[in-house]
Design a binder for this molecule. Structure first.
Ligand code: BGC
Length: 380
C-alpha cells in the first residue's frame, strides 16, 4: 500500500471512530416538552440542554427564561442552583415581580422617572418601580414569547431565541430585532450571546436575571457565599435606587469585594448605600479591557464546594442580594425568603440614557449589538 492510501485509510478510521460520538451528541441535543399556554393563548415550550458530564439547563421561550440549572457539588451530587418554577403559572402570575431567570430588555435595570432624551426627542417608559421604569416597563422582554430554534453544533447544545420588539413598544423607539443564543459546553460553561439590530436610534441594555443559590434548593440564605468582584469602582445610588451619576472607588466601603468575602460579612453595616437597597443592589464597574469576555465575578459556596465564575464583555454587573424576596412566593425548593439567592446581572450601567459620562447604550441603524456572558460552573 502506498504512503498516501495508508494516510487516507488512517483518516477514514479516525473519522469512523469519532462519528458515533458526534452523532450521539447532535442527535439528542435539546429535548423539547410542552410547558403550557399563556393567558393570551401562546404555546410555551421547555427546552433542556444537557452536556456529557450530566449538567443540565432548562429554558422556556416565555421570557427566554432559565428555569433550572443542575450542576454537581464536590461529591458529584447534582442540584438545581437557580430559583424558578416548574409550571408556567408561576412565571405569568402577577404576584411574580422578581424576574426569576428571565431575559431582560429593552432596558435592563432602572431608568429614572421612566424618561430620557435621544436625538432631541423625549421618550417615556411606563413607571413600574417607585418613580422609575425597571427592566423594560410593564411588559418587558421577560413577559413575551420568543421564537425558539435548536441550533446545536457537534460541540454543544445551543438554543437560539428571537424577538422582534416593535417601534414604540413600551415607549422605546425603533423596530429592534433581538437574538439570544444559549449554549452549554462540555466544560460546564453556560454561554449567552446577545445580538440586535434596529431601524431607528434606540437605547438597549440586555441581561439575564437568574437568582443563584449554589447550595441548592431550600438551603437558606446566600450570606455565606463568598464573592469576588473584578471591580475597583461602583456607581453609587440614591434612595430611589438609581445612580447619582458618580463613579466611586470601592476602597474602604462594604462594597469592596476585590478579595473573596462572604456576602453576609458586612451586609448589615450602617452604611447609606446598604440602607437604601436593604443590602447589595449595586452596579459595579468592571476592570476588564472590554476585548472578549473578561472575568467579572467569582462566587464560592463553602458547603457544596460549587464555584460560579462570570465572564462578560459588558462594562458592569449588578449584584443583587435578593433583598426584596420576602417569603411570599413559592417555587422549586420551597418559599423564597429574604436574601435566599444572589443575582449577577451583567449589564451596561443603570439609567445610562440620563448619564452622558456612562458608556453609551445607544444603538443606531446599521450597527450590530453584541454582548456575551459566560456562567462557568466548577467545584473546589
Ligand atoms: C434590581 C432589584 C430588583 C430586582 C427584581 C434587580 O435587577 O436591581 O432592585 O428588586 O431586579 O426586580
Amino acid at each position: 500500500m502506498g504512503q498516501m492510501s495508508a494516510r487516507v485509510l488512517a483518516l477514514a478510521g479516525l473519522l469512523a471512530f469519532l462519528a458515533p460520538a458526534f452523532k450521539a451528541q447532535s442527535a439528542k441535543n435539546i429535548d423539547m416538552q410542552p410547558f403550557g399556554k399563556t393567558p393570551d393563548g401562546h404555546e410555551v415550550s421547555l427546552y433542556t440542554l444537557k452536556n456529557q458530564s450530566g449538567a443540565e439547563v432548562k429554558i422556556i421561550n416565555y421570557g427566554g427564561t432559565i428555569t433550572s440549572i443542575k450542576v454537581k457539588d464536590r461529591h458529584g451530587k447534582f442540584d438545581d442552583v437557580v430559583l424558578g418554577f416548574d409550571n408556567l403559572d408561576g412565571y405569568v402570575s402577577k404576584t411574580n415581580k422578581s424576574y426569576f431567570g428571565a431575559l431582560i430588555g429593552r432596558y435592563a435595570n432602572r431608568i429614572a422617572h421612566g424618561t430620557f432624551v435621544l436625538d432631541g426627542h423625549q421618550y417615556h417608559i411606563p413607571i413600574n418601580d417607585g418613580s422609575n421604569a425597571l427592566h423594560g416597563g410593564l411588559r418587558g422582554f421577560d413577559k413575551v414569547v420568543w421564537d425558539a430554534k435548536d441550533v446545536s453544533t457537534a460541540r454543544a447544545p445551543e438554543l437560539e431565541l428571537h424577538y422582534l420588539s416593535r417601534d414604540g413598544e413600551e415607549g422605546f423607539p425603533g423596530n429592534l430585532s433581538v437574538t439570544v443564543r444559549y449554549s452549554l459546553t462540555g466544560q460546564n460553561d453556560l454561554r449567552i450571546d446577545y445580538s440586535a439590530t434596529t431601524d431607528k436610534d434606540t437605547v438597549l441594555n440586555l441581561t439575564n436575571h437568574s437568582y443563584f443559590n449554589l447550595a441548592g434548593p431550600g438551603s437558606g440564605d446566600i450570606l455565606k457565599h463568598k464573592l469576588t468582584l473584578a471591580a475597583d469602582r461602583f456607581t453609587p445610588i440614591n434612595s430611589a435606587l438609581t445612580p447619582t451619576g458618580a463613579i466611586e472607588s470601592v476602597a474602604g466601603t462594604p462594597l469592596d469585594f476585590r478579595k473573596p468575602t462572604a456576602i453576609g460579612a458586612r451586609i448589615n453595616q450602617d452604611d447609606p448605600q446598604l440602607k437604601f437597597a436593604k443590602g447589595y443592589d449595586h452596579n459595579f464597574v468592571l476592570n476588564h479591557s472590554g476585548e472578549g469576555p473578561g472575568l467579572a465575578a467569582t462566587v464560592e459556596e463553602p458547603h457544596s464546594g460549587r464555584v460560579l465564575e462570570v465572564f462578560t464583555t459588558q462594562p458592569g454587573i449588578q449584584i443583587y442580594s435578593g433583598n426584596f424576596l420576602n417569603g411570599s412566593v413559592r417555587g422549586i425548593g420551597g418559599v423564597y425568603k429574604f436574601r435566599s439567592a444572589l443575582c449577577l446581572e451583567t449589564q451596561h450601567f443603570p439609567d445610562s440614557p440620563n448619564h452622558p459620562n456612562f458608556p453609551s447604550v445607544v444603538l443606531r441603524p446599521g450597527e450590530q449589538f453584541h454582548q456575551t456572558t459566560i456562567f462557568r460552573f466548577s467545584t473546589e
